[in-house]
Design a protein around this ligand. Structure first.
Ligand code: AMP
Ligand code: GLY
Length: 454
């Protein structure tokens, strides 16, 4: 029998549990650093922090790791893939330079400008005072204020008017995280439309586009409340048909990969486009350089092909040879369960009940994020942070997947644990509207759109 490939997944969130789960199903021997109570079920957790580059390199050597998959952005921006590669360890993910696409919003805008990639118009400023002067002098319009540098979702302010925008700049000026860490501030046109997440795996030349998803960034139902890391996702997002997907590839993903190569910062790994579908076509809100969380959980729940083969092919620069990916028919929905107080301060260490009952349901995977096994009781899982679980279901339709996901949610409880109740509703509404249009205006058979090619 062939030996299992030893793979190390770096990170400890729901995304990393989903990656570890899928790689284990694909036949890998999985290690996770540092992992959580969920990844412990897929293989071996190694007690090393994701941002401790030297310790990750040392652990990879010690455990004979043949492939490292880096989940979160911080270690990528800090150069983990460079350090692993220099040490002779194969690693999936971009170099520190290429990770600037997420690490610096100003770098990202420069790449988009060089590649003629559609995005919001913007101005950049190197001081908060300049940004404020600019806002005072121009028309009172909705804008978005963004701090440069990694901000874990906290550096973006979507503003209705000038007063809000000036207040946002002032808030950045007073926040030590930004006044110190950020190299500047961006003010950009506020775009209107539907948001989608589209990810592609690239080896620097070839791209493999994955099915589109939609995240839910706001904390509460109806997209109310503060911005979060993401409260749920569904796949596929029906707003992106094959024609639009092709346009996104041709106008956004491919030119980005080409521009990165031309500028001698070739991009390898996951290119994640956070897009706004505007009346003028798809525009980039941001690029991330890794799988989205919770998009990854909803995506991998539907993936039938081997993720292990896909990531190995990307690292070996042979994506062009790979057969088209296969996905489960229907849809998937991932509902994030969070601790009381998230996205603010939360109480850690509360016992979670019902995980086994939820996991026993068909078509459901409960991916763990902020969890750990109770040191006093190995059978008990504790909630240790803000986003705790991503209850993920597949179904033959989006409606069925949603129903199933919430059946899973119903089994699980801990004190103060909560979730949004409307994950996937925008997708369902879109499906109903499309069906109503088709019913009202049936197209003659000879006007059917051409066959999709991807
Ligand atoms: P980011 O952290 O860059 O993903 O931004 C957080 C959220 O802010 C995005 O998911 C959007 O909902 C919103 N956003 C960012 N840029 C814009 C923009 N130019 N127009 C409208 N909304 C935006
Ligand atoms: N879900 C959005 C992100 O991962 O950045």
């Amino acid at each position: 029998m062939q030996q299992k490939q030893r793979v190390l997944v770096v990170g400890n969130g729901g995304r990393e549990h989903a990656i570890a789960w899928k790689l284990a199903r694909d036949g890998a021997e999985v290690f996770t650093a540092p992992g959580n109570a969920g990844t412990a079920l897929c293989g071996t957790n190694i007690a090393v922090q994701a941002t401790d580059t030297d310790a990750i390199v040392a652990a990879s050597k010690k455990h004979g790791i043949e492939l490292v998959v880096v989940g979160p952005e911080a270690p990528l921006v800090a150069g983990l893939v460079d350090a692993l590669t220099a040490a002779g360890v194969r690693a999936f993910g971009p170099s520190a330079q290429a990770a600037q696409l997420e690490g610096s919003k100003i770098f990202c805008k420069e790449i988009m400008h060089a590649g003629d990639i559609p995005t919001a118009m913007h101005r950049q400023f190197h001081s908060m005072e300049q940004a404020q002067d600019f806002l005072e002098a121009r028309e009172d319009e909705p804008v978005v204020v963004k701090a440069d540098g990694l901000a874990a979702g906290k550096g973006v302010f979507v503003c209705d008017n000038r007063a809000d925008a000036i207040a946002a700049v002032e808030q950045l000026r007073c926040d030590p995280q930004f006044s110190k860490a950020s190299r500047g501030v961006l003010i950009e046109e506020r775009l209107d439309g539907v948001e989608v997440s589209i990810m592609a795996i690239t080896d620097g030349r070839t791209i493999v586009t994955l099915p589109p998803l939609q995240d839910h960034k706001a904390a509460y139902d109806g997209d109310e409340g503060p911005n979060t890391g993401g409260m749920g996702a569904f796949c596929p997002a029906p707003f992106v048909d094959d024609t639009l997907r092709q346009e996104i590839e041709e106008r956004i993903l491919v030119p980005t990969v080409h521009t990165m190569r031309r500028r001698r910062t070739p991009f390898h790994g996951v290119l994640y486009g956070g897009l706004m579908l505007t009346a003028q076509g798809p525009k980039v809100l941001e690029f991330n350089v890794r799988f989205g969380d919770p998009e990854c959980q909803a995506l991998l729940a539907r993936m039938e092909s081997s993720l292990l083969d896909l990531l190995n092919a990307a690292v070996d620069r042979r994506l062009a040879e790979l057969a088209p990916l296969r996905w489960k028919n229907g849809a998937s929905v991932s509902v994030v369960m969070a601790s009381e107080g998230y996205p603010g301060t939360v109480t850690a260490g509360l016992p979670i009940r019902g995980l086994d009952r939820a996991a026993a349901l068909a078509d459901i995977e409960v991916f763990h994020a902020a969890t750990q096994i109770d040191p006093a009781d190995p059978q008990q899982v504790l909630a240790t942070g803000g986003r705790v679980l991503a209850v993920t279901a597949t179904g033959s339709s989006l409606a069925r997947a949603k129903l199933r996901a919430y059946e899973g949610v119903r089994e699980i409880r801990w004190r103060g644990g909560w979730c949004r109740k409307d994950i996937a509703d925008k997708g369902l509404r879109h499906e109903r509207e499309q069906a109503a249009t088709v019913d009202a205006d049936p197209a003659p058979p000879d006007s059917a759109p051409p066959e999709a090619t991807s």
